[in-house]
Write a protein that binds this ligand. Structure first.
Ligand SMILES: [Zn+2]
Length: 313
């Protein structure tokens, strides 16, 4: 049973908006493309857990993306499964190629080296034990797994801990095996409930803000509305709707996605003048009508009026 759903990632949404909008001459453009590639792969690995974990029973409580404080450091798991007898921590990967796990690192057949996710998930296990101790909870047996969902991955290893690394589709088998083991201690129903509540209560979401690290000037950003069908930009305003001259599709609400991009790149606040420029409109009164129709929070009057985009979902 899912107790905590996955978080939407601000950093991933920002990177996607920056990739769409930032001029490719910006000094950080390549870096943004690389970061986006790695965040998307991470997200793919996490999403691949949905199907195998849908086989979990109602007694197996699933928490996605928990981020906890162990007293000295934060640690974040892709998935944690809590039961009365055991806890399972899962680190989800989406990596192609032949992957060699050894005691030091993870090496791919293109000779690229990576931090060993086995060490990472084992560290999270110790940190979870510290967290349980910090909150005076008993600790059930804690197990760790690293899953890889890429269809073109081959797992090789010469480490004692190679049973920690599995293909994602093998998760239900691994979880069923845990349920057949005998455990010295088991949590009472009350303890299980208390730990479950505390995991939610002490979760500290990470909202990494790329804008604080990347200097983006308004002149670095492409303006205009993108077509949701063919990605052409800029759409044209025709008789109260947005028209795509390439695929000829009309969309009355196309400005919403553009304003979401604006928010991810420049922050919550926008004025009529800035919106007019970003949406490539000629008229301040049309811009005003569009902004007013979104029922945004507002402050100030006339030219100084500010609209807040945070309610755009
Ligand atoms: Zn189009």
């Amino acid at each position: 049973m899912i107790i905590k759903e996955r978080e939407t990632s601000l950093s991933l949404n920002q990177l996607e908006a920056l990739e769409r909008r930032l001029v490719n001459t910006h000094p950080n453009y390549t870096l943004i493309k690389e970061r986006l590639g790695s965040e998307l792969a991470g997200r793919k690995g996490e999403l691949a857990l949905n199907y195998p974990l849908s086989f979990c029973t109602n007694e197996q409580l699933i928490f996605y993306d928990l981020r906890l404080w162990d007293g000295t450091h934060y640690f974040q798991n892709d998935a944690l499964i809590l039961t009365r007898e055991w806890i399972l921590l899962i680190e989800a990967k989406y990596m192609a190629g032949t992957l060699y796990y050894d005691d030091k690192q993870l090496i791919r057949d293109d000779h690229q080296g990576f931090d060993n996710p086995i060490h990472q998930v084992n560290r999270h296990k110790n940190q979870l034990q510290k967290w349980l101790h910090l909150h005076s909870f008993p600790s059930p047996s804690i197990y760790c797994l690293v899953t890889n969902s890429h269809p073109l991955c081959v797992i090789r290893s010469n480490t004692q801990e190679d049973d920690i690394v599995i293909r994602t589709y093998d998760l239900p088998v691994k979880i069923n095996k845990l349920d057949t083991l005998q455990f010295p201690t088991s949590l009472s129903t009350t303890e299980l409930q208390e730990i479950s509540t505390a995991l939610l209560k002490f979760h500290h979401p990470l909202s990494y803000n790329y804008l604080k690290t990347i200097d983006v000037q308004p002149s670095d950003v492409k303006t205009g509305i993108y077509c949701s069908s063919c990605s052409y930009a800029p759409l044209q305003r025709h008789h109260g709707t947005w028209y795509c001259p390439k695929c000829r599709r009309s969309d009355k609400q196309a400005h919403i996605e553009a304003l979401k991009d604006y928010r991810l790149i420049f922050g919550d606040e926008i004025t009529n003048e800035k919106a007019k420029k970003f949406l490539r409109l000629d008229s301040s009164s049309v811009t005003k009508r569009i902004l007013q129709a979104l029922s945004l929070e507002q402050q100030g009057k006339n030219k100084g009026r500010k609209y807040y985009l945070k309610t755009l979902i």
